[in-house]
Every structure is written in structure tokens, then in C-alpha cells.
Design a binder for this molecule. Structure first.
Ligand SMILES: [Zn+2]
Length: 567
């Protein structure tokens, strides 16, 4: 890799390592050093990277005077001190990281950018120190931190001191978590070993360049150890995205845009302005006409109804989808990410169905696996860290009842979400937009405000399931639906939901824009109302909301309403 760069600086033509086609140097440069033929992303120096990412290519290097030395007087074929001198001469750098302040997309950022040319970007004491000082600068200045990684791993010439840098940098990132400061990693090829197992993967958001490899042990080590051939895509960004370890893959020429959008969220959020219109939500069940619950079940399941992604595009702006639970997978039945509602960032999470069989199958009919609930949990923790409200859109027949889901801990994943959501200190609003199927729905719906569309349903079990158990006859589902009280009017009477959003004539699918308008207005009202509570009060409010179900106080209140109704 080092050789490619050296050769290219003196030659007009560069032989692309991807497609082996000669590319004219200036053309490659204009193309951000991405091969125009095969799209391979060639390595960048730290300076090139800073210039490409910073607005107008302008950045200010942090005045940090850190120079690595040779603590062990290590010698292999060549003394380490000689290797260091040589690396400094060849790169013009002091060490394998450059730290700078810059703006990306108009938002301030502290950047630490690794340079693979310098001893393979290895993590020595100086590299660890530079990353840590960059994190500490971000902490003091309350500015988001962006780390661009490229590394073969720990620097063995510095022995165990090199290993200690993993703990030191990880602790520094932990401080940024506690301070609520956004951290982003941009993974470039290759990122391995001690860097992968510390600051590269501890950030709030992990962005990777296409085909960038990220892993702990390298392919050769694994193949030699287990004597097994690995697939060609092993450890690539694409491989890791499917397995839930990174948030997104962004092509180099779109990086500045994507990072700028992320940093804008990290720059802080404003208080919402008071919505102009009156509360668009029906708060009393007496204002709702009665509808056969079985009819509601049919309407709630109509595949013409807008999905989470439909509402995201109609109500919110600038949705930036984040992927993966960082544990076991990426579940397409749950979508989530940062978006803007007016001038305020929100974390939007919802189950995703689809309008045709292809999408329904791809999204597992909106039935999440544990990875879906764990992704939601990760995003809610990020929202909590950044002080961003959470909006969840519920639309699921239930959590996926498959063997694999059980093996991965479906029950645990849902239970942990209930506990997490109860403790959040940010506003949480949940809206049942279609089917609210059992624990799989509640796993996203422990909110300060729970709303439901007029024909949506929310139930402990599907009417078919209930009929099969109680009457041993699934055909008696309509009766079960009536008995379960799963319709919006009954739920509002019971206090399970706080309000009902009226649907356009013919249902939300008949007029998607109108449905989106109403949902948007309901969210604005709810979020504005909650913005008046302190962070501590928000948690107390949410726990009190759920504490009341089944308590004597509620039952009395309910009996009172029922007798009023009778009159
Ligand atoms: Zn190429």
C-alpha cells in the first residue's frame, strides 16, 4: 500500500490495485482517489483525508506535542528507533495520527485521523495519546469527535504499553458518553486488532467506506488457526453491516454530506416551538363512535396503510437510518435512526412491514427478531445520551416466534427494552399505526404518551390465537376480538392509550398524506407538552403512567367513568 502511494506521486498513471487498469493520476485525484473504473477506494494520507472532509478543505491542527519513543529499546531486524525515524522521514508526520479542529457541513468537529503509511497505523503510546487528547479536547470544548481509523493493530515494538492504549482510549470515549457528546468512527481499510477492539468500535455511530475491512484477528491468522477457508467478503464493511456491527456504508464522495448530517444532530437540539393548531388527538372515548373491533383488526392489517418508512418520509426530514445491534445482527423488521421534526432532531424507531409480498418477506412481516429489539435499545440509549426525544411507531403482528429468535433470547431482548424505556430521561412518544401485537409491540411502546390511530388495534394476543385457545376454534376470532377490547375506543377508556388519532375516510391507506399530517400534528403536540418536564420528571412520569394499571386508584376511576357512561 505504501508503495502504491510512493509510485503514484511521481507518475502520471496509477495502476489500480482493484481492477489493474491504469488510471490517470489527475483523474483519480479529482475522483477523491476512488478508481473510476471499479470504485475501489484507494488509501488516503491523513492530510488528504482532512482536506477531503473539512469544509473548504480547511482545518486547524491541534497543538499537541506528542512524539513516540522507544521504551523497550526494541530491535528486530532493524532497531525500532530506526524504523520510527524512517517512518517520520517518509511520511513527514510525527506519528500515525493527525488531530485537528474543523467544520463539516457547517458543524464543528474534533478529528483524529490515522495514517496507515506510518508503521501500518499501529497503535503505540503516541497514537493512543493523540487519540486520547483529541477526545479530551472534544470533551472540554463540547464538540463531537470523529475518528478516522486505518490500522494493523497494536504496535508490538512498544510491548504491553501499546496494549494499555486500548484501555486508555476506551476510557476517554466513555467520558464522552457520560458528557453526552456525539462520537463517530469512520472505518477505512484496513482496521484491525487493538484499534478495532477499542476506539474504532466504541463510537455512537460507525460509518465505513465500501469494502473496508474491520476485525480483531486478521484473515491469515484465522485461516492458519482454524484451517478453514473464509469467504471472500469476510470482515468487509458489507459483511459487517449484515451482521449488525456497523451503522452504514458511505461512498467516499458522499462522506462529507453524511458526516455533516450526523454532526448537525450532535451540535445540540433546540426546544420545540409551540404548535399553532389545537390538539388534533381525541382524548375522551366518548367522542369516538363505536366500531366493531373485528373490523378494526381487518383495517389495522390492511397493507395499504402507511408504514414506518412512509411516515418517516412524509413527516420527518433528513432521516439517517442507523443499522445493527452491535451484538448479533441487523433486523430489517425494525427501522430506526435520526431524523428532524421541524427544527428538532428526534430518534424515530418503528416496526416495518411493507406494501407487497417482496417487501413483506424481506421485513419478516414486521415481526422483529431479538436483534431488532436490541437495535432499538441501542438507538434509545443514543437518544438518551444526546438528549434527543424518541418517537416509536408500532406496527407488528408480534415478535417473531421462530426457533432462531428463541435461541437468540427473544424474551430477554423484549424484557430489557421494557426496563430501559421505563428509565429513559427523554420524552418518549409511541403511536400504534397498525397492529399492536402483544409483547412484541410493547417492547417499543413504554412511552410518556401512547397514541393510536382510530382503526389500529393493540392486544395481548391475536384474536385468532385467543379463539384457538379459549374456544379451540380459530374461526371464532371475531368474537375474540370483541372480547379482548383491542380497539382504540376501548383502549382509550382503559387508559392503555392516551389519545386516538382520527383516520381519513377509508383508513390511513386511503389518504396517506392526510394521515401523515394528523400523525405529525399529534407528535408535535405531544412532544411540546413533554418538553415542559425536566429529565428526571420524564422518567417519573413514564413509570407512574404504567404503575397505575391494576392499582386500586385506577380501577375506581374506571368504575366512575363507566357509571357516568351508563347515565
Ligand atoms: Zn480499479
Amino acid at each position: 500500500m505504501t508503495r502504491t502511494i510512493a509510485r503514484e506521486s511521481s507518475a502520471d498513471w496509477v495502476l489500480c490495485p482493484g481492477c489493474h487498469v491504469p488510471v490517470y493520476g489527475k483523474r483519480l485525484h479529482r475522483n477523491a482517489r476512488v478508481c473510476p473504473e471499479c470504485q475501489v477506494h484507494l488509501p488516503l494520507t491523513a492530510e488528504q483525508r482532512l482536506t477531503q472532509l473539512a469544509d473548504d478543505g480547511r482545518y486547524e491542527l491541534l497543538p499537541i506535542d506528542v512524539t513516540g519513543n522507544d521504551p523497550l529499546r526494541f530491535t528486530d531486524t532493524v532497531p525500532y528507533s530506526v524504523r520510527l525515524d524512517r517512518a517520520r522521514r517518509q511520511t513527514g508526520l510525527n506519528e500515525a495520527v493527525l488531530c485537528a479542529r474543523a467544520f463539516i457541513g457547517g458543524s464543528p468537529v474534533v478529528m483524529a485521523v490515522m495514517d496507515f503509511r506510518f508503521l501500518g497505523g499501529s497503535l503505540g503510546t503516541a497514537v493512543g495519546e493523540l487519540i486520547t487528547v483529541a477526545a479530551e479536547t472534544a470533551l472540554v470544548e463540547r464538540t463531537p469527535l470523529l475518528i478516522v481509523t486505518a490500522s494493523g493493530g497494536a504496535r508490538m515494538q512498544e510491548g504491553a504499553l501499546s496494549l494499555m492504549q486500548m484501555a486508555k482510549t476506551s476510557a476517554a470515549l466513555g467520558e464522552l458518553d457520560r458528557a453526552g457528546i456525539l462520537t463517530i468512527a469512520l472505518i477505512t481499510d484496513p482496521t484491525f486488532g487493538g484499534v478495532a477492539a477499542s476506539f474504532a468500535t466504541l463510537t455512537d455511530v460507525i460509518v465505513a467506506e465500501p469494502r473496508a475491512r474491520l476485525g480483531f484477528a486478521g484473515r491469515r491468522v484465522i485461516e492458519q488457526t482454524i484451517h478453514q477457508q473464509l469467504p471472500p467478503e469476510f470482515q468487509t464493511a458489507e459483511f459487517l453491516l449484515d451482521r449488525g456491527f456497523i451503522d452504514m456504508i458511505v461512498e467516499r464522495r458522499r462522506l462529507r454530506l453524511a458526516l455533516g448530517r450526523l454532526l448537525r444532530v450532535g451540535a445540540g437540539s433546540r426546544q420545540p416551538t409551540e404548535p399553532e393548531m389545537v390538539d388534533p388527538v381525541i382524548r375522551s372515548h366518548q367522542q369516538l363512535s363505536e366500531q366493531d373491533p373485528w373490523r378494526s383488526v381487518g383495517e389495522a392489517r390492511d397493507i395499504q396503510r402507511p408504514t414506518t418508512l412512509d411516515y418517516l418520509s412524509m413527516i420527518f426530514e433528513d432521516f439517517l437510518e442507523l443499522h445493527g445491534d452491535r451484538i448479533s445482527g441487523e433486523c430489517p423488521a425494525v427501522v430506526g435512526g435520526l431524523a428532524w421534526l421541524d427544527d428538532r432532531p428526534v430518534m424515530v424507531i418503528g416496526q416495518q412491514k411493507g406494501h407487497d409480498s417482496t417487501e413483506l418477506i424481506r421485513r419478516n412481516f414486521g415481526m422483529p427478531r431479538p436483534a431488532g429489539y436490541r437495535k432499538a435499545a441501542r438507538l434509545m440509549r443514543l437518544a438518551e445520551k444526546l438528549g434527543v426525544p424518541v418517537v416509536t411507531l408500532v406496527d407488528t403482528p408480534g415478535a417473531y416466534p421462530g426457533a432462531d429468535a428463541e435461541e437468540q433470547g427473544q424474551a430477554v431482548a423484549i424484557a430489557e427494552n421494557l426496563r430501559l424505556m421505563a428509565a429513559l430521561t427523554i420524552p418518549v412518544v409511541s403511536v400504534v399505526i397498525g397492529e399492536g401485537g402483544s409483547g412484541g409491540a410493547l417492547g417499543l411502546a413504554v412511552a410518556n404518551q401512547v397514541l393510536i390511530f382510530a382503526s389500529a388495534v393493540y392486544s395481548v394476543i391475536s384474536p385468532e390465537g385467543c379463539a384457538a385457545i379459549v374456544w379451540k376454534d380459530p374461526a371464532r376470532a371475531p368474537e375474540a376480538a370483541r372480547a379482548l377490547g383491542l380497539d382504540a375506543r376501548t383502549l382509550l377508556r382503559l387508559g392503555v392509550v392516551d389519545g386516538v388519532i382520527p383516520e381519513p375516510a377509508g383508513g390511513t391507506g386511503a389518504d396517506r398524506l392526510l394521515a401523515a399530517d394528523r400523525l405529525g400534528a399529534a407528535l408535535r403536540h405531544s412532544l411540546y407538552g413533554l418538553s415542559r418536564l425536566s429529565r428526571a420528571e420524564l422518567g417519573v412520569d413514564r413509570r407512574a403512567r404504567f404503575r397505575q394499571f391494576g392499582s386500586a386508584v385506577t380501577i375506581e376511576a374506571e368504575l366512575r367513568t363507566m357509571s357516568e357512561e351508563a347515565i
